[in-house]
Design a protein around this ligand. Structure first.
Ligand SMILES: [Fe+2]
Length: 261
């Protein structure tokens, strides 16, 4: 799908008026500002994959067929009756519940393993500050809803030395993916292509991105993990966009630090 043919609402950025007013003074090196496909060995990440499947109650179905499970069918029925309040649906509830209970520790360990084996070699550092747990996205097909409008993560007061690892657990592309510009202000939006074992690192803090309605026949499951090389991390970062005179995210409050063991 060409960006020019996307539904109008995909371009409605709530920050559109401020898009040229925030010039980041980031110290992020140029090569980390560019999109990159990062391949990884899936075997050491198998536990993380299995945990997510277990949490989403996929049973024996592939994650790309979550819409065929009981919860998936219920979601699609609600969408058909125009009663689906949020595109996020019941699967996100399962994720929230799991990350708030005894699985949290196990998940955290699996995520830190991902950081050590995938993120650290890519960033070229042995110490990374990151979200403790990633944000999980489940996008069922044909719900008539996208998963998020056009924005930059910096709009939400996050520090500009942060990069995103966008990790699909299913095959993604086209309307079943995240659309992002390649550099701030270029507006050359393209969907990420990938699968489990091939993720995208991008500067979501300053590059705009959005989703569209999933018009494919498969469910997209992906997670995104925001990471900062520890040497570039500011624990007292105050966004110029925030009215509050305090840091919104700090170590222990939205960030943890992982070092190589
Ligand atoms: Fe985002």
């Amino acid at each position: 799908m060409e960006a020019s043919k996307l539904p109008e609402r995909a371009f409605q950025s709530k920050t559109a008026s401020s898009s040229n007013t925030f010039q980041s003074k980031t110290a992020l090196p140029q090569h980390l500002r560019l999109q990159k496909t990062v391949g990884f060995d899936t075997a050491p990440q198998d536990h993380l994959f299995q945990l997510i499947g277990q949490i989403l109650e996929a049973d024996n179905l592939p994650l790309s067929e979550l819409h065929k499970t009981q919860k998936g069918l219920l979601t699609l029925r609600l969408a058909e009756q125009n009663q689906l309040k949020s595109s996020r649906g019941p699967f996100e509830k399962l994720w929230r519940r799991a990350t708030g209970n005894e699985l949290r520790g196990e998940l955290l360990e699996a995520v830190q393993n991902f950081v050590r084996l995938v993120v650290m070699p890519d960033l070229g550092t042995d110490c990374v500050v990151h979200q403790p747990l990633p944000t999980l996205r489940i996008h069922l097909p044909h719900t008539g809803k996208n998963l998020g409008g056009r924005h930059r993560d910096g709009d939400y007061y996050r520090q500009p030395t942060e990069v995103n690892y966008w990790v699909p657990l299913t095959r993604v592309g086209g309307s079943n993916s995240l659309w992002a510009e390649s550099e701030p202000g270029r507006e050359d939006f393209r969907p990420f292509e990938g699968h489990w074992g091939s993720c995208t690192r991008f500067w979501g803090n300053q590059c705009e991105h959005y989703t569209v309605e999933n018009e494919t026949e498969t469910t997209r499951v992906s997670f995104d993990l925001r990471c900062v090389p520890a040497a570039l991390y500011d624990d007292d970062y105050r966004s110029p966009l925030s009215k509050k005179d305090k840091a919104h995210f700090r170590l222990g409050q939205g960030y943890i630090r992982t070092t190589k063991v």
